[in-house]
Design a protein around this ligand. Structure first.
Ligand code: ASP
Length: 344
């Protein structure tokens, strides 16, 4: 019997899996059944590496809740058969998908490592090779038969990030991701250096996959000069259940009366208003400045140092669980998968 570690690679699309068409020169996805032709180095790895390829493959700009459900189902179906999972995904919305998987996969006790690349594997200077191979190493790493990184992560250009803490910040550099509010889980150099104390511990409970997502949410980014009609249109959107309000600094908003009136109207309609900061670092503190005092008074809740990507995923997941607004608001302010730091 083969006792080799088994890894399932799930290919969703994106730049990494592309190759140049010999005739037209255009980039198009290559057939993943031929992955060993593209990457013969995979044969040198002492693991069983199987591939599941989505059909059709998508540019990650086309990511949506039903695709997330399919992705979670592939992991669920194969959970017992593999030690770890590597998800090849376009980098554009990778932070959203990694955040979403972190919430959908409750009691995850195995590594789910997202990776991709800025240049396709089929190009000479591709960053995809190293990203792909190291992601497999990370997904396969164990100590005393326990996975080293049993959570959803993103591996990109030598750094391993918690999936729900990262965001794409650069469309050009190989180093495309940042996690400002949470330090990296591992760094890859000559050796892969794991920061064990930053990595979630397994709880050895049975995996529970949450497949009902509710996308009746909006992200409203404030800016100097924002008009009442714009805010009113968002608040008035049919069926809306929650607004992520991207505020300034530590959670501040213009103090004009109409804004608080519109937000009050949202609250009266039962809409959750979740205050997250436009800053990439630091935390929301409602009431620290007069410019956020009124928001606290009308029941707007703060998301501490959560990223917008994770806030969106968390809301779609919690709204899908059909709890009361109060229960949802309590859970929004609690870290469920290490996505926020409370009380700093
Ligand atoms: N547009 C591509 C995508 O996100 C970019 C990439 O693969 O990194 O699918």
């Amino acid at each position: 019997m083969d006792n080799k570690t088994s890894i399932l690679v799930i290919y969703t699309g994106g730049t990494i899996g592309m190759t140049k068409d010999q005739q037209t020169g255009a980039l198009r996805p290559f057939n993943f059944d031929r992955i060993y032709t593209q990457m013969p180095e995979l044969r040198e790895m002492d693991y069983v590496i199987d591939c599941h390829s989505f059909d059709p493959l998508i540019d990650s700009s086309d990511m949506n809740p039903s695709f997330w459900v399919q992705l979670a189902e592939v992991i669920e179906k194969n959970y017992e058969s593999y030690e770890g999972f590597v998800i090849l995904h376009g980098s554009d919305t990778m932070a959203y998908s990694a955040s979403m998987m972190s919430f959908m996969l409750e009691n995850l006790n195995k590594p789910v490592v997202f990776t991709g690349s800025q240049l396709p594997l089929g190009m000479l200077r591709s960053d995809g090779r190293e990203n792909f191979i190291t992601a497999i190493e990370i997904a396969a790493a164990t100590i005393d038969d326990t996975p080293v990184v049993p959570e959803v992560s993103i591996y990109f250009e030598n750094q391993l990030y918690r999936g729900n803490r990262a965001h794409k910040f650069n469309a050009e550099h190989f180093e495309a991701f940042l996690s400002v509010n949470y330090p990296v889980l591992a760094e890859a150099g000559v050796h892969i250096k794991y920061h064990h104390e930053r990595i979630l511990k397994p709880n050895f409970k049975k995996l529970k996959v949450h497949k009902t997502l509710n996308n009746n949410v909006a992200v409203l980014k404030l800016f100097p000069g924002i008009r009442e009609e714009v805010v009113a249109a968002v608040v008035g959107a049919e069926g809306l259940k929650a607004i992520i309000l991207e505020t300034f600094g530590s959670g501040n908003a213009p103090t004009e009366r109409w804004l608080i009136e519109q937000l009050k109207r949202a609250r009266e309609k039962g809409i959750i208003v979740f205050n997250v900061t436009q800053c990439k670092g630091g935390s929301v503190e409602i009431g620290k400045y007069a410019a956020s005092l009124d928001m606290g008074k009308i029941g707007i809740i703060g998301g501490y140092d959560i990223t917008t990507e994770a806030a969106l995923a968390k809301l779609m997941y919690l709204l899908g669980r059909n709890m009361s607004r109060e229960e949802t608001e309590v859970l929004l302010q609690k870290p469920l998968r290490g996505e926020m730091t409370v009380g700093q």
